[in-house]
Design a protein around this ligand. Structure first.
Ligand SMILES: O=C(O)C(=O)C[C@]1(C(=O)O)C=C[C@@H](O)C=C1
Length: 376
């Protein structure tokens, strides 16, 4: 058997050759990029890439090696594209961003909109972000809240986007795309549910509990200790509180925030009844204009991908190879297109960073319907 040192010495020789060839290949890819800038050809040429993958795999017989060389070339070509997108940016040939940086979010005399009723968690989140004195207006649906900013009836609206235990609010994700509203901020609200009732209501008098389905589910362990209580779903926790007040019945209770209890003059029977003590909801602040704060640190985008092996991998490589820290990924089915998905990705960065611009160029060219949802 040849000794390890000898084998490693041979690998070193081969690797030096690979490095030289890699450099030569990248230099040529750069020249191709310069040519593409001149002729206006697209950087990503999927037909050429597939032909290249077929060509290199055919040169090998072993199945394991064939797969390996395919993976290697997918990486190499992705790096060629990265260098070429960089040239586009240097030459100022990329599609200029339609987003305007601002020092502070502008506020006019218009109201700030939230969905729900006074006392709801959305109202609490809105006050947390804009301050106690902000002029607020409530609307009934998520759709109305998004439409209000797009139609310039309000400067901003605040909507829940995800809960730490129940997950994404899918309707809001879908509306973001339908209306092309811009995320300009976010606020995280710790959620602590209380069991509330009218004066005289006690754990023993309760027969029915009303709340939003998520609040019921987040309090499920507590409710399991009271199996005889009937659970009834209502559109909003604060609406549940309002109804309990109107009913004036000691057999009915609501699960809502302590603020909603005090607003509707209800008594707190039990506090902090949610299962997960760290339960929080993240709310987004939406604007109708394409603006972002100069010091914004997070980019949210969404794009569509065909149901093809490796398509998500290739797109995410733009995030990874530009050293961007991806903090979240979600997907939603695209209506009327079975098994096709829209992906929602968050990563750290600012629209002015070269790495962010480079990644967005690549994703725009290689996916369908890229939308920059916001930088905040
Ligand atoms: O042939 C090209 O057009 C290139 O830019 C080179 C290359 C490659 O690295 O082989 C890179 C990107 C294209 O998508 C296809 C191929």
């Amino acid at each position: 058997m040849k000794d390890l040192q000898e084998l490693r010495a041979r690998l070193d020789v081969i690797d030096a050759q690979i490095v030289d060839l890699y450099k030569e290949r990248m230099d040529i890819a750069r020249e191709v990029g310069a040519d593409k800038v001149k002729t206006g050809k697209k950087v990503f040429d999927p037909i050429r890439e597939q032909a290249k993958l077929d060509q290199v795999t055919e040169l090998l017989e072993d199945g394991f090696y064939q797969k390996g060389i395919g993976e290697l070339y997918a990486q190499l070509m992705s790096q060629s594209r990265k260098i070429q997108y960089q040239i586009l940016i240097e030459e100022g040939k990329e599609n200029k961003s339609v987003f305007t940086p601002v020092a502070e979010l502008p506020v006019s005399s218009k109201e700030i909109v939230y969905q729900g009723v006074p006392g709801s968690y959305s109202q609490l989140a809105t006050k947390k972000y804009f301050g106690e004195d902000a002029k607020l207006k409530n609307v009934r649906s998520f759709r109305e809240a998004v439409a209000a900013v797009v139609d310039q009836e309000a400067d901003y609206s605040v909507l829940p986007i995800e809960n730490s235990s129940a997950g994404m609010v899918s309707d809001v994700y879908d509306l973001l795309v339908q209306y092309e509203a811009t995320i300009v901020g976010e606020v995280i609200l710790p959620i602590s549910h209380a069991l509330v009732g009218v004066k005289g209501a006690t754990l023993n008098s309760i027969k029915e509990v009303y709340s939003h389905p998520q609040a019921l589910s987040q309090s499920s362990e507590y409710l399991e200790e009271h199996p005889d209580w009937k659970q009834l779903a209502i559109g909003n926790t604060a609406v549940a509180a309002k109804q309990i007040k109107a009913a004036g019945d000691i057999t009915k209770a609501a699960i809502c925030s302590e603020e909603a209890a005090s607003l509707y003059e209800l008594e707190i029977i039990d506090q902090g009844i949610n299962r997960n003590e760290n339960n929080s909801t993240r709310f987004i602040v939406l604007a109708g204009k394409k603006i972002y704060k100069k010091d914004a640190k997070k980019v949210s985008i969404c794009f569509e991908l065909p149901h093809v092996s490796g398509s998500l991998y290739r797109i995410l490589s733009h995030v990874i190879f530009n050293d961007l820290n991806m903090t979240k990924i979600e997907s939603r089915p695209i209506k009327d297109r079975t098994w096709e998905y829209r992906f929602y990705v968050d990563f750290e960065g600012n629209l002015q960073d070269a790495g962010v611009q480079n990644a967005l160029l690549g994703i725009a060219e290689e996916s369908k319907n890229l939308l920059i949802l916001g930088n905040y």
